[in-house]
Design a protein around this ligand. Structure first.
Ligand code: SIN
Length: 274
């Protein structure tokens, strides 16, 4: 397996590996190592049935079910991420980390491209270790020990309106899901510190109002997503992205009006952020 980096700071393609096979323990360990080293890894030209996608994901942990979106009727482990040619909107077109409103946000997400537009529909990722590392020592000291409230309210408060313009459907029966997480997270496998706040789901710093919190939160979001902290992936049919949801944010670009894009997403159970 060859590893080809996309940038000097995040992202790598893993070449010469067919992930539809039963992978050996050494191959699983090498893929996990690449994920930890590069934060998001990519595979090309994979031919995956839902069963094979599920089997691949299970090599890295237990599958977690999305608490807010509808899943495939026959595969509750898989969330379809679809934009029809007539849809105006997509999910994920703001920098975010998946499901941080959950007490145990996913360890990672595995997105498989089944149908992609000829051009457009790329996804961006940013490196939240580097976002933390490049803060001033004074701001690092200020953030140390701070916690933030994360909520699904951004999605669920407007679920009907959101469902009207996009094919990836929110469940309309979901109540509020809130969790409090550290603003600086220590990754449980690498031991490295990273920022752990994101625009749609972080509501406020614990003990502060949203108005008091927003100026610093907004600074942290724009600092995290500076272009030199990101990579951009151009999808092809059969491409797969596997990101470490503990130390990245991502952004799905809605720039392919009138075209179809259809993906399958599986998330892997995470643990309580520390
Ligand atoms: C997501 O935010 O999980 C979707 C990403 C994408 O569609 O590229």
């Amino acid at each position: 397996m060859e590893i080809r980096r996309l940038t000097g700071v995040i992202g790598a393609e893993l070449l010469d590996i067919d992930i539809s096979r039963n992978l050996g323990a050494d191959e699983v360990a090498a893929i996990r190592r690449a994920l930890l080293d590069h934060q998001v890894i990519f595979f090309r030209d994979q031919d995956l049935t839902p069963e094979k996608h599920i089997a691949f994901a299970q090599c890295f942990g237990e599958i977690s079910m999305t608490p807010v979106y509808h899943t495939l009727p026959d595969y509750p482990q898989i969330m379809p991420v679809v934009k029809e040619p007539t849809d105006k909107d997509v999910i994920g077109d703001t920098w975010h980390t998946d499901e941080t409103y959950h007490p145990t946000p996913p360890l990672g997400s595995i997105l498989y491209g089944r149908e992609v537009p000829e051009v457009g529909g790329d996804t961006l990722w940013c490196n939240l270790y580097r976002a933390y590392d490049t803060l001033s020592d004074a701001l690092k000291r200020q953030l140390e020990g701070m916690r933030a409230v994360h909520s699904n309210n951004f999605l669920s408060a407007n679920s009907q309106a959101r469902n009207a313009t996009r094919s990836t459907k929110l469940r309309e029966d979901v109540g509020v899901i809130d969790s409090v997480h550290p603003v600086v997270r220590t990754h449980e496998e690498t031991g490295r510190k990273c920022l752990f706040v994101n625009h749609p789901f972080t509501y406020a710093f614990e003990g502060m109002t949203r108005e008091e919190s927003l100026p610093l939160l907004q600074y942290l979001y724009q600092h995290s997503a500076k272009p030199e902290n990101t990579c951009r992936f151009r999808w092809r049919k059969g491409s797969m992205a596997f990101w470490d949801n503990r130390c990245t944010m991502h952004y799905a670009i809605n720039d392919y009006p009138g075209e179809r894009r259809a993906m399958h997403r599986i998330t892997i159970q995470g643990s309580v952020p520390r």
